[in-house]
Design a protein. Structure first.
Length: 67
């Protein structure tokens, strides 16, 4: 029986390409963060506290209606 010849040709080397400028911009955008200001942070705390208090009062109101 005849045997098939094995491939002797090799693949060509992968060419290196220069990185695009867009990739660098994405990295820069990730490193530049806008920090939250103290005024915004206090606003978040106040709103969170008010919502917790409203939830407690709602549960207390529901409990009083059941009794």
């Amino acid at each position: 029986m005849a045997q098939a010849k094995k491939k002797t040709a090799t693949r060509t080397a992968k060419k290196t390409t220069a990185r695009k400028a867009q990739c660098r911009k994405k990295v820069c955008n990730r490193t530049q963060r806008k920090d939250i200001t103290n005024q915004e942070r206090m606003h978040v705390y106040i709103i969170t506290g008010m919502s917790i208090i409203a939830g407690i009062l709602l549960c207390a109101n529901a409990a009083m209606m059941m009794v």
